[in-house]
Design a binder for this molecule. Structure first.
Ligand SMILES: C[S@@+](CC[C@H](N)C(=O)[O-])C[C@H]1O[C@@H](n2cnc3c(N)ncnc32)[C@H](O)[C@@H]1O
Length: 372
């Protein structure tokens, strides 16, 4: 089943540290992970499981992940970053954008024929950088440009929240911002109509929250006051348009993880489809760790429970599972699913409290107690 034919997310806007600490990957683990921008499937691969199967209903999200995988296989670290279009704030790349096309020619043999067709048609994306090519990332670019326009030279003061020696000073600088124009922009931009154009109307079908802007203002406020921006690449991508530094990156892009990523890269498989297709291809009891992103956000309760039953079928007797919601209220597990899924609310709340990707309403962790 294909949902969309363009890249919606070129990064995963979900904190990989939450998945890491919820799923507790071990050497023999078989992981099923939602692709999205591909980042979290690669981040989980670094943890050294036996295999990762990365699935998405949208084939183009998988072509993007294939590209990232092919770049890992084809290059050493510096060229890997360049092939993906990773750029750092105030540090212009030493390569020309045409060089990315040369890199594409070199990694192309490592792509499937479908992915080759897609990328052959999309040289412009490769040149401008894969990292910022998603609809969500383009939306953030427009958002940032308008914010910069509204604040003019004062935007330089806002940027200081990225360069503080400690969180206390960051909080003070953040609190000194005059938010009037920022909140006005959020009111104009962060609403159901505009966000439905970016992420698809289905994303908000079960969202009861009326004031998206106020909800996000609160979440930004909490993160800016409690999480050190020098470690928060989510905020730097939104407000600076680039990664802050080579130390402030998702795990799969960090130089210290590159050898692990390269050594494990043949253990990742990319698969297009939903849980039903995965069940048909891999069969019951094929996985024991599940990263399910926020795919339940747009499901009715009975579909949610049906899909959950498929994941339970896919699960080995002792498995772990995590997922999130952005704005929607969590769906309710029915009786038969509740017998198998044991919630870990304390761990989930502890992890949600440190979520650098501030935007999620809730995080959920379950262990499965399945009789084989
Ligand atoms: C759930 S969305 C949310 C994105 C995420 N919060 C992020 O920050 O990247 C991630 C991906 O899930 C895919 N998707 C949605 N429902 C799915 C399903 N039932 N099975 C497989 N993939 C699905 C979408 O195509 C999308 O690429």
């Amino acid at each position: 089943m294909a949902i969309k034919s363009s890249i919606v997310y070129s990064n995963v806007w979900e904190d990989p540290e939450l998945n890491r600490r919820a799923l507790l990957i071990e050497a023999g683990d078989c992981v099923l992970s939602i692709t999205s921008g591909g980042c979290n499937s690669l981040n989980l691969l670094i943890e050294g499981p036996q295999k990762v199967v990365s699935i998405d209903a949208n084939p183009t999200q998988n072509y993007l992940l294939e590209y990232k995988i092919a770049a890992v296989k084809s290059f050493e670290y510096e060229e890997f970053l360049e092939a993906l279009g990773v750029e750092f704030y105030n540090k212009p790349s030493k390569f020309s954008s045409d060089y990315r096309l040369e890199l594409y020619d070199r990694l192309r043999p490592n792509l499937s024929s479908e992915a080759k067709n897609f990328w052959d048609e999309n040289h412009d994306i490769i040149k401008s950088g894969l990292i910022t090519c998603g609809k969500v990332e383009k939306f953030f670019k427009l958002y940032r440009k308008i914010l910069m326009m509204l604040y003019g030279s004062k935007y330089e003061s806002i940027k200081k929240i990225f360069f503080c020696p400690d969180i206390g000073i960051q909080r003070k600088i953040y609190e000194s911002i005059n938010f009037k124009r920022w909140h006005l922009l959020n009111w104009l931009f962060l609403n159901r109509t505009i966000l439905s154009l970016v992420k698809g109307a289905h994303s908000f079908r079960y969202v009861e929250e009326k004031e998206f802007d106020k909800n996000l203002n609160r979440k930004v406020d909490r993160a800016m006051k409690n999480i050190d921006n020098r470690t928060n690449y989510f905020f730097s991508l939104i407000l600076l348009g680039k990664f802050l530094s080579p130390k402030c990156l998702p795990p799969y892009l960090l130089s210290e993880n590159f050898d692990k990523l390269k050594n494990n890269i043949d253990k990742i498989e990319v698969f297009q489809g939903i849980s039903t297709d995965v069940l048909a291809k891999f069969g019951p009891e094929s996985f024991n760790k599940f990263n399910l992103s926020n795919i339940f956000e747009w499901m009715e309760d009975d579909i949610f429970n049906h899909v959950m039953r498929e994941f339970i079928q896919l699960a080995k007797p002792a498995s772990r599972l995590c997922y999130r919601y952005t704005l929607a209220k969590p769906r309710s597990l029915d009786e038969s699913n509740l017998k198998i899924l044991k919630a870990e609310p304390e761990l989930a709340a502890e992890l949600h409290a440190i979520d650098r990707s501030f935007m999620y309403e809730s995080f959920h962790v379950y262990s499965m107690n399945k009789k084989s």
